[in-house]
Design a protein around this ligand. Structure first.
Ligand SMILES: *Cc1c(COP(=O)(O)O)cnc(C)c1O
Length: 371
């Protein structure tokens, strides 16, 4: 029986901080306050400082972080919001949830991130915002996107759900646009023990509006100022995130070291399309995604060797049941081609170097099977 290597191991991450987690959970349990309390306030302060912005507003999920930021900026029905074709469907759904229309834009072959030129070509008089995604933890070209946004007066909301700690020219994701939206889904680089999210921003007014919207639009007790929602980051989750945040950089460095190992193992392999971060990007390797002509056969071959891999994403938003479905095939040829070849290899901070070696060897084996 080959030893098995799972794609992710969330328990290993928990084990490293077990005592501190237990203390944090106990602190919340005994506090008697489970929502909108001191843990959330402290986490918001700490995460804002980490990202290099003035404000962080905790919310219930990454999807909600994007949706509420758009709504706080007054974006809704009649507006268009530019989104990349290659992303998790939540980016698009968050736009749709406001009543605005997501306008997909194809990605760059070299980075899997939104193509700024095509984004500019998609601007219409109704375009209100652009939501670049730092897919796989690698920052999108924020200089070019910022130029498009200022030329057309568009709001820039980073979808930083995969990019906690990533840097663009030395500045952290979450500080690169008008606002940054984060997810703390357990499998993200910074994950809670359940759902969670946050918005980071330097905009005082936007932050104040978000605080209203996440809590029914309530200014003080029972005084509703605007139609908000229930989207709060629980005290328990904030306490867990406070234990993990001081580890984030070390965990991201561990990911980068493994990514480097994969890079060395695959160097010169023409059959493997490897990630090539642009010079200004300091990625956090949420995913180690390679491109393989025979993706499904390779995934099967890895599985036969006990190695779990995943496809991010087998169905792009525009081809999903939420949008065009199969009839929309061909709309974004680059994204469609990249996604057909995409395979994410196991990579997490607690993956042993021997495990990484075994995955690399198995993939090279799988490739030579056909040659
Ligand atoms: C995970 C993710 C989201 C959504 O986050 P949730 O917390 O699951 O709502 C949005 N965008 C991207 C790119 C993601 O990876």
């Amino acid at each position: 029986m080959p030893r098995s290597i799972s794609f992710l191991d969330l328990r290993a991450g928990q084990a490293e901080i077990e005592a501190e987690l237990a203390a944090a959970l106990e602190r919340v349990l005994s506090s008697g306050q489970y929502l909108l309390g001191p843990e959330l306030e402290a986490f918001e302060r700490e995460f804002a400082a980490y990202c290099g912005v003035r404000h962080c507003v905790g919310v219930a999920s990454g999807l909600s972080a994007i949706e509420l930021t758009l709504r706080a900026a007054g974006i809704g029905a009649g507006d268009e919001v530019i989104v990349p074709a290659y992303t998790w469907v939540a980016t698009w759904l968050a736009v749709s949830a406001t009543g605005a229309t997501p306008v997909g834009v194809d990605v760059l072959e070299s980075t899997y991130n939104i193509d700024p030129e095509q984004a500019e070509a998609s601007v219409t008089p109704n375009t209100a915002a652009i939501v670049p995604v730092h897919f796989r933890g690698e920052p999108a070209d924020m200089a070019a996107i910022g130029a498009v946004a200022s030329a057309h007066c568009l709001l820039v909301i980073e979808d930083a759900a995969q990019a906690h700690g990533a840097k663009h020219d030395g500045k952290r994701a979450g500080s690169l646009g008008d606002a940054g939206a984060f997810s703390f889904y357990p499998a993200k680089n910074l994950g809670a023990l359940g759902d969670g999210g946050a918005v980071t921003t330097d905009d005082d007014e936007l932050a104040a509006k978000l605080r209203l919207l996440r809590n029914y639009g309530m200014r003080d007790r029972y005084r509703i100022e605007t139609a908000g929602v229930n989207s709060r980051l629980a005290e328990l989750q904030a306490a867990v995130l406070r234990v993990k945040l001081p580890r984030l950089d070390a965990w991201n460095r561990a990911r980068a070291a493994l990514a480097e190992m994969y890079g060395r193992a695959f160097a010169g392999e023409a059959a493997i399309r490897m990630p090539q971060p642009p010079p200004w990007a300091d990625p956090v390797w949420h995913l180690y995604l390679v491109g393989l002509a025979e993706r499904d056969r390779c995934a099967g071959s890895l599985a036969a060797r006990g190695i779990e891999s995943l496809v991010h994403y087998p169905v792009l938003p525009h081809l999903s049941g939420a949008y065009g479905g199969d009839a929309a095939r061909g709309s974004f040829p680059v994204a469609e081609r990249l996604s057909a070849a995409a395979l994410s290899l196991p990579l997490h901070p607690h993956l042993a170097r021997t495990g990484c070696d075994a995955v690399a060897a198995a993939l090279l084996d799988a490739l030579s099977d056909t040659q």
